[in-house]
Design a protein around this ligand. Structure first.
Ligand code: LLP
Length: 424
């Protein structure tokens, strides 16, 4: 459910007609609904209220500071994968003791920054990373709580690029190696193996893989307990899918109920286990849209193209994953629907938002809304073709605020240097 609805023939973001909004902020623009963001966070977090848990919003899905501030105020923690995301979360007011740090390629500098910030857990993904972290912790004179991210060999049954928990993927430590790796970590004086972590993929629409993961992790936690290693944090990662088209993902309540059932009577450590969840898409996906303006329409051969002022640099998901995003006119015109390709201005044939999509008549100047663009939309956008990145806007009721201004020409060449000495 989201708060982008038609009223009097025009699509609104909460209480604001989109044509009015873009008159002020221009296009292309990412528009987020405050009420939807809050609602999604609360539904997800609330679903787990019966269990000791921490909802660590996955910053990569959408890392705008304003959104991070919202989730932090709602009591959320954060799942980060870089020093940049750490800095953002802290700047937005996050409590470092509610931050977990994942990622296969953390550098020494990044590990040191996380140790100094005092994050809750560092999710270690390889033995060399473990040894580096041990040195970093010693240098910083800090005892560091760690989890191992395990690769459980369970398919997320999602797009191949969005599957992370099989031996084909670079992520985590082979679950078969888990016991020796934990024992090794337990001998390192500055590290405290306190958690276990799995993230098997994204846009998962069935509960089966989650239950399978939980089954494997429970067995391991018990075995570790017998070896004297107490696991107090069980991190199930993110991955819960959303509806882009006709997917029917489980509701967070159902997801929480099934996980709760699996964990019933499972104390794990003497103090019991805190569950960590790292949702990204399910919180922000449907809380954001990309609004673009139609520049031209033209026919090439049998195909009709609608060319917009947004391109794959603004939203790369269709090009990268062939993913579906609903596209709707902000003010639908009457008339027969026609099959068109909605494309951007970028010099790549992969620059499309939809192919052979039936849409009502469109004219130059019309506004289109690309729905479900809140997750992995702006955060994956780029300056390809030297295009400034879009503005981001937060709407709350009948008020709005620009939460990232549109980039300008100076932004585009910032940091570039013509080296006079080499180019004499
Ligand atoms: N935790 C970890 C360690 C992750 O790698 C991810 C996402 C998440 C949590 C959040 O997953 P979510 O709840 O959003 O599914 N760019 C792709 C999605 C890549 C997901 C990467 N990892 C897309 O546009 O679909």
């Amino acid at each position: 459910m989201h708060y982008f609805q038609y009223s009097r023939g025009e699509l609104h973001a909460e209480g604001i007609p989109l044509s009015r909004l873009v008159k002020s902020v221009g296009t292309p623009a990412y528009i987020y609904s405050y009420q939807t963001l809050v609602r999604h966070f609360q539904i997800f977090d609330g679903a787990f209220s019966a269990l000791p848990h921490l909802t660590c919003y996955s910053v990569k899905a959408n890392s705008n500071l304003a959104l991070l501030r919202i989730f932090s105020r709602l009591g959320g923690g954060f799942d980060i994968v870089s020093q940049g995301e750490l800095a953002r979360a802290l700047q937005a007011g996050a409590d470092p003791r509610r931050i977990v740090f994942s990622g296969v390629g953390k550098t020494e500098t990044e590990l040191a920054a996380a140790v100094r910030a005092g994050v809750l857990l560092i999710n270690v993904e390889s033995v060399p990373e473990l040894l580096l972290l041990s040195r970093v912790a010693k240098k910083c004179r800090r005892r560091v709580r760690i989890s191992f991210r395990l690769n459980p060999d369970i398919s997320a049954e999602s797009h191949p690029y969005l599957t992370t928990g099989t031996p084909e993927n670079k992520f985590g430590i082979d679950i078969k190696q888990a016991l020796p790796v934990y024992l090794r970590a337990a001998r390192l004086p500055f590290l405290e193996p306190a958690g276990i972590d799995c993230h098997i993929g994204s846009q998962i629409t069935s509960l089966k893989p989650f239950v399978a993961v939980l089954g494997k992790l429970k067995g391991l936690i018990s075995r570790l307990g017998r070896l004297g290693i107490n696991i107090s944090y069980l991190d199930l990662g993110g991955g819960l899918g959303i509806t882009y088209r006709d997917e029917v993902p489980p509701h967070p309540d159902e997801y929480a109920r099934v996980i709760g059932k699996e964990l019933k009577g499972f104390p794990g450590s003497p103090l019991g286990i805190t569950l960590i969840l790292e949702p990204g898409r399910v919180i922000v996906g449907n809380a954001g849209i990309l609004v673009a303006r139609v520049l031209y329409s033209k026919k090439v051969g049998r195909k009709e193209f609608v060319i917009t002022d947004a391109g794959m640099n603004d939203l790369i998901r269709p090009a990268l994953y062939d993913s579906f995003h609903e596209i709707i006119p902000v003010r639908p015109r009457k008339g027969p629907r026609k099959k068109v390709d909605v494309v951007g201005p970028i010099c790549e044939s992969g620059d499309f938002f939809a192919r052979d999509r039936k849409l009502p008549p469109l004219r130059s100047g019309d506004l289109l809304a690309v729905m479900g663009a809140g997750a992995y939309g702006f955060s994956m956008s780029s300056n390809y073709n030297s295009r400034p990145r879009a503005a981001e806007v937060l709407v709350r009721g009948s008020r709005f605020a620009v939460i990232r201004r549109r980039e300008n020409q100076q932004d585009l060449t910032r940091g570039e240097i013509i080296p006079a000495s080499l180019l004499k």
